[in-house]
Design a protein around this ligand. Structure first.
Ligand SMILES: Cc1cc2nc3c(=O)[nH]c(=O)nc-3n(C[C@H](O)[C@H](O)[C@H](O)COP(=O)(O)OP(=O)(O)OC[C@H]3O[C@@H](n4cnc5c(N)ncnc54)[C@H](O)[C@@H]3O)c2cc1C
Length: 401
């Protein structure tokens, strides 16, 4: 089973080799600079556009590569092995294209997908608010229909990855303030804006992006608030159209989060893999008590535990992706993969950090960046606690007596 799980088609092998080379030659040598300066890695992103990485899962008819979730997960692992901020630049975009493909109207697909496939426009997605993250149903940002048939959005969103440089934001807002349960009153709008503009004017007036949030790690890719202040958007910007999409935003977003979880799991595998590589190298170079530290059993045990976690995380991630691609139920498996792989990322990074001794604390060593980057994966797209809640609930559904 494990062999079959990890089998790759010739195409997958060629793509992974290409992305690994891209990570080795373009991402890894430059990540330190962009991380230290907290600078958007524009030249790397331009090369990603040329490689077609913004259209991996977008069908060929819209100009994308038309690849499946499994291949996408393999690509995300390789990019994250280089730097998780790079995969963060593609991640929300991937979720946006998934939402469009699954729920969008033909007009919405035609309007956005061809330009998304090339990376000409990029997408963000926005659920969280200053007062909520896990409790999505509590969303307060609201959209009200105006007399001319448009919707007016008011409220503040929080933690929007790619919040400034994106051109479209899949934003979940409240359209029915009275309905119970509350999640039935939420709608996903495709909100357009000018990329890179803090205070939009003209047709995008009322859509403002405050200065980026200063973070522990996950630098380079911006995380911002979004402030909607009387922002007007047409009814046909509702995902799936007004008739089909009004008050249907919650299930749409939860569906997208399921594939998003496979994506975060793949990022966990990538960062864990890189931490292991760094530990394998450093432990054979560094000597204490007359021999390389890799020859001390305590260090070998760390390496063994790390490699085991990387392997298990990769198998779980690929299994969840393959199930989804085969059209089978994968909610439980995606939740388990996300939980395990993000925790494996944190574990491997910390063990590698310990192996580096004092040098792990120095900005001269790559592991210092990984140490600041890894915790994000424990939080984004559902914390480990929320993951356990999802897994527990799904388990009981599947094994109801
Ligand atoms: C760098 C970064 C980028 C992000 N990007 C995006 C983005 O692009 N779009 C977006 O919408 N959001 C984004 N987020 C937000 C992220 O999804 C939330 O931070 C996350 O869902 C947790 O929500 P919270 O921070 O409000 O924590 P809370 O929900 O307030 O949780 C606080 C703590 O309580 C725990 N907890 C909460 N409820 C329960 C419960 N019922 N039982 C047990 N424990 C519980 C949580 O696990 C956590 O430990 C991003 C966050 C970060 C840090």
């Amino acid at each position: 089973m494990a062999l079959a799980l990890l089998d790759r088609t010739d195409e997958q092998r060629a793509i992974c080799e290409m992305i690994r080379q891209f990570a080795d030659e373009q991402i890894l040598p430059n990540a330190e600079h962009y991380d230290h300066e907290d600078l958007f890695p524009e030249p790397i992103v331009e090369q990603m556009k040329e490689l077609g990485l913004f259209g991996v899962t977008i069908p060929e008819e819209y100009g994308g590569m038309g690849l499946d979730l499994t291949t996408y997960a393999m690509i995300v692992e390789e990019l994250s092995r280089g730097w998780i901020s790079i995969s963060g630049i593609v991640n929300t975009h991937f979720i946006g294209s998934y939402l469009l493909l699954k729920f969008g109207t033909d007009e919405q697909k035609q309007k956005y997908l061809p330009r998304m496939a090339t990376g000409e426009i990029r997408a963000a997605f926005s659920l969280s608010e200053p007062e909520l993250g896990s409790d999505v149903a509590a969303i307060k940002t609201s959209a009200k229909k105006t007399s001319d048939g448009d919707y007016e959005i008011n409220g503040t969103k929080m933690w929007v990855t790619n919040g400034l440089l994106s051109s479209i934001v899949f934003v979940l807002v409240r359209t029915d303030p009275t309905v119970e349960p509350k999640h039935r009153g939420l709608t996903c709008f495709i909100a357009e804006k000018e990329p890179g503009v803090a205070e939009n004017t003209g047709e995008y007036k009322g859509f403002n992006v405050p200065p980026k949030i200063k973070k522990l790690g996950y630098k380079g890719v911006e995380s911002t608030e979004l402030v909607f202040d009387g922002y007007r958007t047409p009814a046909d910007s509702i995902l799936g159209g007004e008739d089909a999409g009004l008050n249907k935003g919650f299930p749409q977003m939860m569906d997208a989060l399921e594939v998003g979880r496979v994506n975060v799991a793949a990022r966990g595998v990538g960062i864990a893999q890189r931490a292991l590589e760094l530990a394998l190298k450093y432990s054979q170079e560094r000597k204490t008590f007359g021999k390389p530290i890799a020859e001390h059993q305590a260090i070998q045990f760390k390496l063994a535990d790390m490699a085991t976690q990387v392997d298990a995380a990769r198998l779980m991630t690929i299994r969840a992706a393959r199930l989804k691609d085969a059209g089978e139920r994968s909610d439980l498996e995606a939740g388990m993969a996300k939980l395990f792989a993000s925790e494996a990322g944190r574990f491997c990074v910390e063990e590698s950090f310990r192996i580096h001794g004092g040098y792990g604390y120095s900005k001269e060593y790559e592991i210092e960046r990984l140490y600041r980057d890894a915790p994000l994966l424990l939080i984004g797209e559902g914390t480990s606690e929320i993951q356990r809640m999802v897994i527990g609930r799904k388990l009981l559904q599947r094994h109801k007596i």
